[in-house]
Write a protein that binds this ligand. Structure first.
Ligand SMILES: Cc1ncc(COP(=O)(O)O)c(C=O)c1O
Length: 388
């Protein structure tokens, strides 16, 4: 069932920042709803009053509520969830935990986020792994039928960015998951831009590892993220870092990992942020990810249809597109458009050009379910004044 106007009005009332701006930068960092802010604020008040350790004891239940909240959102078990400071650290903890040997091959795609790609290069330099690329069709979507031809007996893992940062494309995560399973490969998924705007079911995707961030479509706080680790592969992985929450020292020469995905965590962390991200996950889950996904797709299609009538080039390609809308004007530079829109309190973001893939720079407008048709009108009116 789609959102009623009244529901959207209520959601916006719970998101006070909506009143002050048109926020089309949800792929950068979305606006936080009151319940997330209030949950964090009350924990910070405990920290102010009693110090961080006593506050942690007092907030124990709220802190541990993070695990079932994320597990429910992903269709996973609570013990398969680790808290992380952000996506990139979660991604690296998962990727580096694979037992890489020189000559092992990692199958990647050109849409990888820069930090993910840097981690691949880091493994090339430190472990001697070799990168192979999944081929794409003319829209930049992975050509699933051709993927197997790029798998050899040294291929150890597939790494996929489900939705990239730079345009509205969506990769066939579940189809790649089937291939990974058929070839007994580790499968790690970057859900940074998809978690919170679309249904993410780790069983349907068939991934072993999946990382995401709190501040984007989940509407959680900065400095938060998570890693999902499939229980059945836990013992095949060796976390690349250790501390006194991820492991137990047994003797002068021995330690053992703690049970479950918590072995990927750090002791010290943004506790209020962990509470906030748990609340944000429940907030999204209570609204319903299928409804959120449908509304995000509907609003972003409306925006693309309207942009098609203006003198800009829409850069998103593919049959199915996300809430990330990217375009370029031949009249005004992207940065000038972004700065001028912000003078009108319309927030969008900048996509840098990419030399390797020859992608041009662009304006990115990322639409969430709490945005409205009226805001799309305001955005298009503002843009029209800038580019004509
Ligand atoms: C697709 C994608 N992956 C990874 C990241 C990195 O996330 P974080 O900054 O939380 O490490 C981003 C951030 O924009 C992203 O868009």
């Amino acid at each position: 069932m789609s959102f009623s106007d009244q529901e959207i009005a209520n959601i916006r009332a719970e998101t006070p920042a909506c009143a002050a701006q048109v926020h089309f930068n949800n792929a950068g960092a979305a606006l936080m709803p009151n319940p997330v802010f209030e949950a964090m604020q009350s924990h910070l008040e405990l920290e102010r009053e009693f110090g961080g350790y006593a506050a942690e004891s007092l907030g124990k239940e709220k802190i541990s509520a993070f695990y079932p909240a994320l597990a429910k959102l992903l269709n996973a078990k609570s013990t398969e969830i680790a808290f992380a400071s952000n996506h990139t650290r979660a991604w690296e903890m998962g990727l580096y935990a694979i037992d890489w040997q020189a000559g092992d091959r990692l199958l990647i795609h050109d849409n990888a986020y820069t930090s993910n790609y840097l981690a691949f290069l880091h493994l090339v330099k430190t472990k001697g792994i070799i990168l192979d690329r999944m081929p794409s069709n003319k829209f930049g979507i992975i050509d699933v039928e051709q993927v197997e031809t790029h798998i050899s007996n040294r291929t150890k893992a597939i790494a996929l960015t489900h939705m990239p940062t730079f345009d509205g494309s969506i990769q066939p995560a579940a189809a790649i998951g089937s291939i990974a399973k058929a070839h007994d490969l580790f499968y790690i998924v970057d859900a940074c831009q998809s978690i919170g705007q679309a249904e993410i079911d780790v069983q349907a995707i068939g991934c072993d590892l999946l990382a995401g961030t709190g501040r984007k479509w989940l509407r959680g706080p900065r400095g938060t993220g998570f890693l999902y680790v499939r229980e059945s592969i836990l013992d095949k992985l060796s976390p690349p870092l250790v501390d006194n929450i991820s492991a137990i020292q047994l003797s002068d020469s021995e330690f053992k990992w703690v049970d479950g995905a918590k072995r990927f965590e750090t002791y010290e962390r943004h506790v209020a942020g962990q509470i906030g991200l748990g609340v944000a996950a429940n907030y999204a889950g209570d609204l319903g990810l299928s409804r959120i996904e449908a509304r995000v797709k509907m609003l972003s299609k409306t925006l693309r249809d309207k942009l098609a009538g203006l003198s800009v080039r829409i850069l998103d390609q593919g049959d199915e597109l996300s809430g990330i809308v990217t375009f370029k004007s031949d009249i005004k530079p992207a940065k000038q458009i972004i700065d001028t829109l912000w003078q009108k309190r319309i927030a969008v973001s900048y996509i840098s050009p990419h030399q390797v893939t020859e992608r041009p720079d662009a304006v990115r407008a990322s639409i969430h379910y709490y945005n409205t048709q009226n805001e799309i009108e305001m955005f298009c009116d503002g843009l029209k004044q800038i580019i004509t």
